[in-house]
Design a protein around this ligand. Structure first.
Ligand SMILES: Nc1nc2c(ncn2[C@@H]2O[C@H](COP(=O)(O)OP(=O)(O)OP(=O)(O)O)[C@@H](O)[C@H]2O)c(=O)[nH]1
Ligand SMILES: [Mg+2]
Length: 321
């Protein structure tokens, strides 16, 4: 069977919402298989319908637990939901992965729920690229909502959570670092803030600190709601889902959804191009003796880093011509 037939059959099954086909498609993307990239480019015109909600926040605040509880609530509201959690192979996410598996078995027979963790090695743009491609595939498979769980590591060219239609920041009492980051403007203002583990006596103090931090930032037309949850008991989860839905309605009605998506897609293209360019440059450094000599001269303090970078780029442009 040729690759073409495999992919058209896979596409048909995927568009019919078949979970096994979806799992297979995501594996292709995750492994950086060229068939995955081809699949995404074919499916792309059929995407854009799903509502993408990104969850970020420090390790262990309860993002996975919260998402699990939201999935349950969403099923009660008759929505088909796909969950994608990103595993940058940190020791923290190991436990959460286990949690995902437990929830996965809970929804195993439900065609309306799909849960998957990503750990990519293959894709050119790394994990971020593979994750966004996986989200597109889920979108094409007809899921109403896609929930993305990420840890807020902002060093990559592409921060996945920035590509969501709604960004939820999860905190818990004692998440002081995040408050500082919000205050300092290091952290992008989210659309919804959750204070989880709200059974803790310091919850209201935390809520006040969050409110103060937000009041220091730019104030837009959307007032960021602060929701208290005890995710492990499902408390506050319907309120959280309502807040997410309200944000969605707000961005749709105000026309900012289109603007936001256009801006996100533009930065995704730039981010992917930058990641590819970096990889090309790294290959060049590994393979080109002149470049290796240039780097050595930086180490010997004969050429400064900025000048060397300029020469590296000049050299790579020349070889493109
Ligand atoms: N006390 C309390 N514990 C909770 C609550 N929600 C989640 N937990 C527990 O907190 C721990 C971490 O929860 P996770 O959902 O794995 O947290 P996470 O943010 O996904 O963690 P990472 O993916 O590792 O960043 C687990 O032991 C949960 O059972 C809550 O509302 N109260
Ligand atoms: Mg988790």
């Amino acid at each position: 069977m040729s690759a073409g037939t495999t992919s058209s059959d896979l596409i048909d099954r995927l568009l019919a919402g078949e979970k096994r086909a979806l799992g297979r498609a995501i594996s292709l993307v995750e492994n950086g298989d060229p068939a995955g990239a081809e699949l995404v480019s074919e499916l792309y015109p059929r995407t854009g319908r799903a509502r993408v909600v990104g969850f970020t926040g420090p390790p262990g605040v309860g993002k996975s637990t919260m998402i699990g509880a939201l999935v349950k609530e969403m099923r009660e509201r008759d929505r088909r939901v796909a969950v994608l959690s990103i595993d940058p192979s940190s020791p923290f996410t190991r436990g959460a992965l286990l949690g995902d598996r437990i929830r996965l078995s809970e929804h195993f027979l439900d065609e309306g729920v799909f849960i998957r963790s990503m750990a990519s090695r293959g894709a050119l743009g790394g994990l971020a690229e593979a994750t966004l491609q996986a989200a597109l595939v889920m979108d094409a498979a007809g899921f109403d909502d896609i929930l993305l769980e990420t840890v807020g590591v902002g060093q990559a060219e592409i921060d996945v959570v920035d590509h969501a239609d709604t960004v939820v920041l999860a905190l818990m009492p004692g998440s002081g670092d995040s408050i500082q980051a919000l205050k300092a403007g290091v952290m992008e203002i989210p659309d919804v803030i959750v204070v989880n583990k709200a059974e803790h006596p310091l919850t209201d103090t935390m809520v006040r600190e969050v409110r103060t931090a937000l009041s220091l930032g730019p104030s837009g037309d959307w007032k960021v709601p602060i929701i208290k949850t005890v995710a492990s008991e499902g408390r506050g989860i319907p309120e959280l889902l309502d807040a997410i839905a309200e944000h969605r309605a707000f961005v749709e009605e105000s026309g900012t959804l289109e603007e936001r998506r256009a801006r996100n897609l533009r930065s995704e293209v730039l981010g992917l191009a930058a990641a590819r360019m970096r990889r090309e440059l790294e290959l060049r450094i590994a393979e080109d003796e002149t470049v290796a000599a240039l780097l050595e001269s930086v180490v010997r303090r004969e050429t400064d880093p900025a000048t060397a970078a300029e020469r590296l780029l000049e050299r790579s442009r020349r070889s493109d011509a």
